[in-house]
Design a protein around this ligand. Structure first.
Ligand code: BGC
Length: 745
């Protein structure tokens, strides 16, 4: 050995490792990524390249064993690292080392309106994923909340593209610092579970670009996400997982995505389209995506032998497999083959504290007559009613199911504060198995539980009701949509009866969705809570007792009636679509369903505002135990040009006697336009924490970008000269300050 190579040799605990510069270029982590990719590619056989492009088990894809290039291990996502799943079926592997911290659902994260919480989430979950030796976490999801019936809204970040976009970026950035790729899903237009594998979405370009794509775009351009998951549905007649327009034109062409496109499990349907249209890794084929098992050989995948044959026969060009291998190698180098990544950690005090903080900040106080918070010194005779007070809500829900190491239920946490004398009544039967339908539970069972809880309510000082939805099928659950807007299991009747027996009923419903509240007027206080994971019970109890002052705001509107929602108001053509026939007749798949997004750009509050249909609780709404006053804004200018900006400074004061945080929301309204525009659109927000009496100034920057709409003809974003207004408010309808300004070209 000469002196040079001697110097290049590092000796570690008796073992001798070649120094980086002595390794083949692709293994040298000091070399530029693309040079490493080209080097690895140049050493690979065609068969090795094709092997990278498809699964070898339910949650892994192969590397290149001959070259020491490791496999990719993936896991759901998005609220914690899922338990180990069997190699070749959906069974749980029953390992004893895979229990984790369950973080709040993404809809809760969105309700914090706090990008710092998003960063904390990504960091903590990334550390757990790293410790569990996962390379790709299948999440976060940023599909837009279009209808309250979508069974998967709880896995997404609400109805507004700006909010979802601002919240998704820190999650990705912090997670990826662990050498774990985020996999943003489901790209794109997977806004319902009914017929998700087949439904063909007909949406205008304007709604696509203004509503459904922006959060994905931010994930790619600002979050620099390393992987993205194609969705199950079709768009323009082609499945999203090999959709030319979505993957080639938009994702790679317009956004310069350099990561890997992974199918949703079973989302590939055609070798040639998959070869040509930019799909990189095929996973989960020939299963129904959730429950069915398959001994289907991995070599028979669309992107396995059939692809190899097409490449050999020249039916598809070799460049397609080189491009896929490049994208996959880049993903492997960034994750599995990154030897400099941290080691991660799991179920730590820090992670529990993170889950608790995010949960605390996510709870939305919808209404309060003044009964909340319930002073523990005053209330000892407390009755808790409702199945969700004890049900473990990290079970079920589909792929986001989690095996938690610890779970604090609301009942336990309430007892810890109000004493062991707290009584409990279940109130209703909510389904013992995942597929027990509401209408198969005998009414006599519900009546008996209802009567018991009403009897107990008469003797209590206060009733804390903890119901809502759960993670069973047809509720907040993957692969099925909800059947009705009303709360299931007779809860509306139950709540009404409880209030008749005792007017002091505090409702804290857990759900990842809006639901009907026919009892809204008679109940003195309502908390809207999402699935909060391991520490959820503690967050709920702390908000009820006042230890935590609520600061969450709704990431989606709660309409009075389902038909008030834009998508739902157009009937079946708009949701769930119409079966055209001649398609796949498998049960649950829908026979060639086609759906038109008839509400177009008017999604969520954009619809309620523009159509003047007041929501029961509007987007962005959320109260506090203190009050905030918004002072007069100071504006840098009342005119803005194409390269200019306006700053708006708003003083916000805590007028109450307890500390609290307020989300200050900025909306922009175009007063006159040649095209239909929503009355207002969210273009900024900031969460400030204020001591009693304290004032802080919230600063917003308005850039021309915030004034634009997507013009289909020119395929570009356009701001029209004329008058605008900046609206600063505590919700999308509670506007406190207005700043008029003008856009001049
Ligand atoms: C879901 C994905 C999930 C995948 C793997 C699919 O059914 O739609 O969100 O990541 O399964 O479990």
């Amino acid at each position: 050995m000469n002196i040079r190579s001697l110097l290049l040799t590092i000796t570690l605990a008796g073992a001798t490792l070649p120094a980086l510069a002595e390794r083949p270029l692709y293994q040298n982590e000091d070399a530029p990524l693309d040079q490493r990719v080209e080097d690895a590619l140049s050493r690979m056989t065609l068969e090795e390249k094709v092997a990278l492009c498809h699964a070898q088990s339910k949650f892994s894809s192969p590397g290149v064993p001959r070259l020491g290039i490791p496999e990719l291990w993936m896991s759901d996502g998005p609220h914690g690292v899922r338990m180990e799943i069997n190699w070749n079926d959906w069974g749980h592997s029953n390992w004893t080392n895979d229990s984790i911290t369950a973080f709040p659902a993404l809809t809760a994260l969105a309700a914090t309106w706090n990008p710092e919480m998003s960063a904390l989430y990504g960091k903590s979950l990334g550390e757990e994923a790293r410790y569990r030796e996962k390379d790709v976490m299948l999440g976060p999801g940023v599909n837009i909340y279009r209808t309250p019936l979508n069974g998967r809204n709880f896995e997404y970040m609400g109805e507004d593209p700006y909010l979802a976009g601002e919240m998704v970026v820190p999650y990705i950035t912090e997670m990826q610092k662990n050498g774990v790729a985020a996999c943003v899903k489901h790209f794109a237009l997977n806004n319902q579970e009914k017929w998700r594998g087949t439904v063909d979405v007909d949406v205008s370009d304007r709604a696509l670009y203004e509503i459904y794509l922006p959060a994905f775009k931010k994930a790619v351009e600002d979050g620099k996400v390393w992987s993205i998951m194609g969705s199950y549905n079709r768009f323009e007649g082609q499945h999203a997982c090999h959709n030319k327009r979505l993957l080639q034109d938009i994702l790679r062409g317009e956004w310069n995505f350099d990561g890997a496109v992974i199918t949703d499990w079973g989302g590939a349907h055609d070798t040639k389209e998959a070869a040509l249209n930019g799909l990189d890794i095929e996973m989960g084929s020939f299963t129904n995506g959730l429950t069915s098992e398959s001994d289907f050989g991995y070599n028979d995948y669309y992107l396995a032998d059939p692809y190899l044959n097409m490449l050999k026969s020249g039916e598809v060009p070799m460049s397609t497999v080189d491009d896929k291998a490049r994208n996959i190698l880049r993903l492997i180098f960034r994750t599995a083959m990154n030897t400099r990544k941290p080691f991660g950690s799991k179920t730590t005090e820090e992670h529990y504290a993170a889950a608790k903080r995010i949960g605390d900040e996510s709870i939305v106080l919808l209404k309060n007559s003044g009964i909340l918070p319930l002073d523990p010194a005053k209330y000892r005779n407390v009755l808790v009613v409702g199945d969700n007070a004890t049900r473990v809500l990290t079970d079920g829900g589909g792929s986001s199911e989690l095996k938690v190491k610890n779970y604090v239920s609301p009942l336990e946490a309430i007892k810890a504060i109000y004493g062991p004398g707290v009584k409990y009544a279940k109130g209703y039967e909510a389904g013992r198995s995942m597929y027990e339908r509401e209408d198969t539970i005998p009414e006599s069972v519900q009546a008996a539980l209802r009567e018991e809880s009403v009897r107990m309510a008469k003797d209590a000082d206060v009733v804390i009701y903890i119901g809502g939805l759960n993670k069973n099928a047809w509720q907040d659950c993957e692969s099925t949509d909800r059947r009705e807007y009303e709360l299931p299991f007779g809860q509306s009747i139950l709540i009404k009866d409880l209030v008749k027996a005792n007017p002091n009923v505090v409702v804290a419903n857990i759900s990842g969705n809006a639901y009907e509240m026919p009892w809204v007027k008679s109940v003195p206080a309502i908390l809207h809570v999402s699935y909060l994971g391991t520490m959820g019970g503690a967050s709920i109890a702390d908000v009820i007792s006042g230890k935590v002052n609520p600061s969450g705001k709704l990431p989606y509107s709660i309409p009075v009636r389902l038909a008030d929602n834009g998508a739902m108001s157009f009937g079946t053509e708009s949701y769930p679509g119409i079966e055209m026939g001649g398609g796949d007749k498998r049960q649950g798949w829908g026979n060639n369903p086609v759906q038109k997004y008839k509400e177009d750009i008017l999604v969520g509050y954009r619809w309620y505002d523009t159509k003047k249909i007041p929501a029961l609780f509007p987007f962005g709404h959320g109260l506090s135990y203190t009050q905030f006053e918004y002072g007069k804004p100071v504006v840098s200018s009342t005119k803005i040009g194409p390269d200019g900006k306006i700053t708006v400074d708003v003083p916000v004061t805590n007028k109450g006697d307890r500390e609290g945080s307020e989300v200050v929301e900025l909306y922009i309204s175009d007063l006159k336009s040649s095209v239909l525009r929503p009355v207002k659109e969210l273009k900024g927000f900031d969460k400030v924490s204020l001591a009693p009496g304290e004032t802080k100034t919230v600063s917003f920057e308005i850039l021309p970008e915030a004034l634009k709409y997507f013009d289909e003809k020119s395929h570009s974003w356009v701001a029209e000269p004329g008058k605008f207004k900046a609206l600063i408010g505590a919700s999308s309808t509670d506007i406190r300050q207005t700043v008029p300004f003008e856009y001049k070209e």
